[in-house]
Design a protein around this ligand. Structure first.
Ligand code: PMV
Length: 310
């Protein structure tokens, strides 16, 4: 084993969360400057993890790191032996459980670190499939959107098990991402939608299908620089996400704040019930004003993301 330093970036879902679980399309964007870092070193004894959520031996990890434990066990069995000593440090700029892809970025960084440390070639398909080992434990039945976006250099258009293609953005606008500071509850939110699907199949299906249509409408606005239309689509998506019970008072409050501050559209992003929301505006200056208003009205952290591909 050799010492390696690797990283993976964050993501946000522009539109299509929850519907994507039911094979509707979603659009997501990489946030390349917000990252998780993994440093893996050889050591003589122990299988040691240093991280924000846990410090200690792999065998003693708390429940929240069960996915990581399973992932590392698989990687060691595949690349070396299950008892190989190692020293792994994870640090991250991505807030945990806020819909910004923190768990997927951690899984990707760990997978890349072990392959690099054992000097093994890692193709993209293997990377995504391996990172999915821990994502399945963390999220239950993930669509794969998080892992795919955290590993993509470009925005992507995604349909579960069907389509993953880069999306060229020809739109001059800015997104403001704001964190409620409350941990999202992706797993619970996904099962709440599943329950709705059992209880009211027709109505729920209609909402999910409508979200899919909105995603496809959004593709056209992104290609044609139709900022106001994109904003309106985001607002419609937020209404549906609320009907699916995955928003929260804190998210609704930030959405209302951004709208009052002049945003063109605002919605939650990711699993919901906490986590982050996003807002659309036309200029950097307006983005700063909206971000300030959001911070003054309870957002714990904000980021401004230009929409044009760099
Ligand atoms: O909360 P996040 O960022 O992990 O996003 C979850 C997105 C969902 O569509 C709700 C679930 C999924 O697996 O795609």
């Amino acid at each position: 084993m050799q010492t390696v330093n690797v990283s993976a970036h964050a993501k946000i879902i522009l539109i299509g969360e929850h519907a994507v679980v039911y094979r509707q399309p979603a659009i997501s964007l990489p946030l390349k400057t917000i990252r998780t870092y993994a440093t893996l070193k050889p050591t003589t004894t122990g299988q040691i993890i240093h991280s924000e959520l846990f410090n200690g031996d792999l065998q003693q990890v708390n429940d929240r790191l069960n996915g990581i434990k399973q992932l590392i066990t698989t990687l060691l069995t595949r690349l070396a032996t299950i008892d190989t000593p190692f020293d792994l440090t994870i640090t991250s700029d991505i807030p945990v459980e806020r819909g910004m892809g923190s768990s997927a970025a951690t899984a990707l960084a760990i997978t890349k670190a072990f392959y690099a440390a054992f000097q093994q070639h890692l193709d993209e398909q293997t990377l995504l499939a391996t990172a999915a080992i821990s994502e399945k434990i963390v999220h239950g039945n993930p669509s794969g959107l998080d892992t795919a976006t955290d590993n993509s250099q470009f925005p992507i258009y995604f349909i579960k098990n069907q389509c993953l293609r880069p999306l060229a953005l020809n739109i001059n606008g800015y997104l403001i991402v704001a964190d409620t500071g409350i941990q999202g509850q992706t797993k619970k939110a996904v099962s709440a939608v599943q329950q709705l699907m059992h209880q009211q199949p027709q109505a729920t299906n209609q909402l999910i299908t409508k979200l899919g249509q909105l995603t496809n409408d959004a593709v056209a606005t992104l290609a044609n620089n139709e900022l106001a239309q994109l904003g309106a689509i985001m607002n419609q998506a937020q209404v549906i996400l609320k009907q699916l019970t995955v928003s929260s008072p804190a998210l609704d409050h930030l959405v209302a704040t951004a709208q009052q501050a002049g945003a063109l559209g605002s919605k939650l992003t990711g699993g919901g019930r906490g986590g982050c929301m996003i807002s659309l505006t036309d200029t950097k200056q307006h983005a700063n004003t909206i971000a300030q208003q959001l911070a003054q009205n309870g957002a714990k952290q904000t980021w401004i993301v230009p929409l044009k591909n760099d």
